[in-house]
Design a protein around this ligand. Structure first.
Ligand SMILES: [Zn+2]
Length: 311
């Protein structure tokens, strides 16, 4: 969605969206990009009141605002605060904690937590398949192990244990996008499912020598780097360094910004980091409007669902 706006800093952004009316106008352009319509009956003939804030449908005669029927309409927050939160979360490369977000946006920490999850949920992407040289690897995210009492901690959980850690399997196209999924278990079946879903035929897969990757060669060209014998790259560009730098970014965020990610929310955090990885620097000016559009349509994630206990 091209808007032609380039924001070089938060200050520029905040200066541009100086009041609620400006934010409403911007959201109207996004929401009605294919023509105006009534959110109650879908009719395309609507009138706008002079104040600019309200509309009325010519057919069903019901009044509405630009926020009606979207996430923004369900919340009492001004659009401007939503916009600032969306901007911050889309552009902070390491992520932003609820505490920081609360301070910057000027809302309570509880509201910031809700905003954070709502925006993160909208970051789920459904892009095309990866193609070319694709690296695949998995990592293990440590739940809240460090918060447990010493006697309840399990030692020796490094590596490929899923007892206290949640596996995340990732794929990255060199010079391209990343796909990553948290999973309850990781084995041949999960590996195969992800490859079929995310990798175009004719690609070349790079993995380490773990057993779950051993059948890839039946479907794709497959290059293996023998991590188990201390080998990290082979001549001809055989390595998994790209996906490992994504894991490094993700783990820095995990440790430095969010401290812990519950199992229940882990996929949303994974989506957040993948989303930012997949944004090209030149796209930044359009990222914001794209996110506003996504967030506005993410009605299904209610506060109750977010706070339900993880079963
Ligand atoms: Zn109507």
């Amino acid at each position: 969605m091209k808007t032609g706006m380039g924001f070089k800093s938060l200050t520029e952004f905040v200066d541009h969206f100086k009041d609620e009316a400006t934010c409403r106008e911007h959201f109207a352009k996004i929401r009605f990009r294919d023509g105006e319509y009534c959110p109650h009956c879908g009719h395309s003939e609507i009138y706008r009141f002079k104040s600019g804030a309200r509309y009325r449908c010519a057919k069903c005669k019901v009044d509405f605002t630009i926020k009606t029927g979207t996430v923004f309409g369900e919340s009492k927050l001004p659009l401007r605060k939503w916009f600032i939160a969306i901007y911050l979360l889309s552009t902070s490369s390491k992520g932003i904690s609820s505490v920081q977000l609360a301070k910057q946006v000027g809302v309570s920490q509880k509201t910031a937590w809700f905003l954070n999850h709502r925006i993160r949920a909208a970051m789920k992407q459904n892009n095309g398949q990866l193609f070319g040289s694709v690296e695949m690897d998995e990592t293990y995210i440590g739940g809240q192990e460090k918060n447990k009492h010493r006697s309840k901690r399990t030692s020796g959980t490094q590596g490929r244990s899923v007892k206290t850690k949640v596996p995340v399997i990732g794929l990255v196209e060199r010079g391209g996008e990343v796909r990553a999924e948290a999973s309850d278990r990781v084995g041949m079946r999960q590996v195969e499912k992800l490859i079929v879903q995310h990798v175009a035929m004719g690609s070349k897969l790079h993995t380490d020598d773990w057993g779950a990757y051993s059948h890839i060669g039946r479907l794709f060209l497959h290059e293996i780097v023998n991590h188990s014998t201390g080998q990290y790259a082979r001549p001809g560009g055989v390595h998994t360094n790209t996906i490992e730098s994504f894991w490094a970014l993700f783990k820095r965020g995990f440790q430095g910004v969010y401290h812990s990610m519950s199992r229940k929310h882990l996929q949303r955090y994974v989506n957040e980091y993948a989303y930012r990885w997949n944004i090209r620097p030149g796209d930044l000016q359009d990222v914001f409007s794209d996110m506003v559009n996504r967030v506005s349509q993410s009605n299904q994630l209610s506060y109750n669902r977010l706070t339900e206990k993880f079963a």
